[in-house]
Write a protein that binds this ligand. Sequence first.
Ligand code: SF4
Length: 343
Amino acid sequence: MNNIANDIIEVKDLKVYFDMSRGFLEEILAKEKRQVKAVDGIDLNIKKGEIVSLVGESGSGKTTIGKAILHLVEKTGGNIFFKGEEIDPKNNKEMRLFRQKAQMIFQDPYQSLNPRDIIIDIISEPLEVNKLVKTEAEKRERVVRALEWAGLKPAEDYLYRYPHELSGGQRQRVAIAGALVLEPEFIVADEPVSMLDVSIRADILRLMLNQCRQKGTSYLFITHDLSLAWLISDRIATVYLGKIVEIGDARLMVGKSVHPYTKALVSVMPVPKVRKDRKMTILEGETPNPINIPSGCRFHPRCPNVMGKCRESEPELIEIEPGHFAACHLCSPHNINKKGPRS
Ligand code: SF4
């Protein structure tokens, strides 16, 4: 999965653990640190012009992976490469250049825009911070261009308005324009349409796709909705309790997924005939607490195919066919047939 030429992003064994605070006495008596293992050893690469989706339930660690790749949260371990170079988050110059090339679109357009600023000031802020424009005319031209890329036309109608004067869809387009104004090469889009009306979602997704295809921008698209990921991604990774449990080509992940967790997500997709052997699987229980990750396969308490071995040994992510990886004791290149793993 690694060492692929023209990778924009390459992540090796990424870990993000958060320490849990506790009472003074508990802290003294404790034998080991209590930690939330939000991301627990992720390998991932994203090529130029590629859209890779991370799919999983809330609490699976998807957003933390995205933020860690952008150095918005501190990693506990592992390596993150941007165009083959490892960025040092303590090196201000490196980080400033990285921030120009790698941006994030947040889920909530209501919170990601300062309500007291007009749109031209919101969008031009990163241009001014990075000293990328010299004149007012140049600034205005860059902002107009970004608004038009984001589908707000004519852009001049929006420049001097406040966020509260816009609809939810227009606000999310402004947030996207704010990410595009620096003409980044890589964007993490965290549930960018989940708070929008269904009618607006398609437009926003089309916009991202066009941007990707025309400008070669790479996206890490974070969503709990496998149907959306299937529509727009080149590859999909399913994430469970801080680990990738399956990754591959988007069509393959829906039509030939092999991991029981991915299969359960596919089984409830609101799309007819995505897979002939589809049987609805409703997963019981909630995602376990990431402070107490289950032994062996972390999915075993909820897995419909659990075996004795699953409780003791953690399956590795292995390549079961070219470009298709899964972490499950049922999955090996030998026991995959057209219907998926032996069960
Ligand atoms: Fe289920 Fe076992 Fe595979 Fe884990 S390793 S997904 S528990 S069958």
